[in-house]
Design a protein around this ligand. Structure first.
Ligand code: BT5
Length: 321
């Protein structure tokens, strides 16, 4: 039934009825096949009006992250050209990692409507209510040394930043190393997982959790008052496939710049947007708290902290301003 999605453009291009005859002629298939595809689309959640003698009319599309829905908004050459969609997964990163070991190509995305073991960094959990947000993992195969890989987190956050700003008109904040916040609440997090070989990267999985239509009363108790979403910011729901398509387009733009020019530009751009230089920060790294004035970001993604006149680089941790 893969072809059922091929009749969608005919239905989408008009508000009028499209006859089964017309579609069967253009597609070179029988009217019975068209009828079967229409039924399949209905099973997928599309609302289609059928009128004898006139044909079919698309009334509404479901709010699902189907590949062909995202494709309408995705202006990319590599990222998102193949999307694997699942109703439910333990973690999109876990499946992406497994597929990448098996040779899955650069750019493939795994999307799930919900995750029952969504992963954050350092063994933390990502709260993933069904049908509300975006949980996506992208397979990348950059030909770079492992020491240059971390800025991929920054380019992911920058792409999210642009997506939020263009769609909601609010200005997000970037928090080292991987958070995107609005009004002090987290709206997105990125988790990088990589497989390396000698001095080269085999693949990187970029996992992004972006809150879109989650409502205040649906937020897990553990992150109440700490999380936000597009809907909570603007009081209106967003078409998730559109948000996803725009995000992937932004990611490919930054990723191409990263591959062509190396990590420096992405790091400086992130540093500028995060307004991090000269800020007093407290960073917790493996149970230890470091306090100092930020001197900016190193090109391996570490943060440079001036502690009592001495510069110290912190590689992994969590910032509290
Ligand atoms: C992250 O970790 O922010 C990375 C999150 C990545 C999630 C995506 S979803 C698709 C892909 N597949 C996966 O399995 N994972 C990735 P970290 O910086 O450790 O932040 C985790 C913390 O954020 C948690 O301990 C909570 O405090 C908070 N949190 C959890 N779920 C949240 C949500 N939906 N919105 C906002 N904050 C949340």
């Amino acid at each position: 039934m893969v072809r059922s999605k091929e009749i969608l453009p005919y239905l989408r291009n008009t508000h009028d009825y499209v006859s089964g005859d017309h579609m069967s002629n253009i597609m070179g298939i029988s009217r019975t096949a068209i009828w079967k595809y229409i039924n399949h689309l209905e099973q997928l959640g599309y609302r289609i009006e059928k009128l004898k003698g006139k044909g079919y009319r698309l009334i509404a599309s479901p709010d699902k992250l189907y590949a062909w829905e995202i494709d309408q908004y995705c202006k990319t050459n590599v990222i998102g050209k193949k999307i694997i969609y699942k109703d439910e997964l333990d973690s999109t990163n876990a499946l992406a990692f497994k597929l990448a070991i098996g040779g899955e190509a650069e750019g493939t995305c795994i999307i799930a409507e919900t995750q029952d073991s969504g992963k954050g960094r350092l063994g933390r959990k990502w709260f993933s209510p069904a049908g509300k947000n975006l949980y996506i993992s992208i397979v990348l195969r950059p030909q770079i040394p492992p020491s240059n890989v971390y800025p991929i987190t920054f380019l992911s956050s920058l792409a999210v930043y642009d997506t939020i700003q263009s769609l909601t008109k609010v200005e997000p904040a970037l928090k080292w190393p991987n958070d995107v916040l609005v009004n002090g609440r987290k709206i997105c997090g990125t988790l990088l997982e990589l497989s390396t070989e000698a001095d080269m990267i085999r693949f990187v999985i970029v996992g992004i959790g972006l809150n879109i239509n989650m409502e205040e009363n649906e937020i897990d108790e553990a992150i109440k008052n700490k999380a936000t979403s597009f809907l909570m910011l603007t009081k209106k729901p967003f078409e998730r496939s559109m948000v996803c398509g725009i995000l992937l387009t932004n990611i490919e733009r930054y990723y191409s710049a990263f591959i062509e020019k190396g990590p420096d530009e992405i790091c400086s751009f992130w540093e500028e947007r995060a307004k991090i230089k000269g800020k007093y920060l407290e960073i917790i790294q493996m149970g230890e708290t470091y306090k100092g004035i930020s001197e900016g970001i190193d090109k391996d993604g570490g943060i440079l902290l001036n502690i009592d006149g001495k510069t110290r680089k912190i590689i992994a941790g969590d910032v509290s301003f």
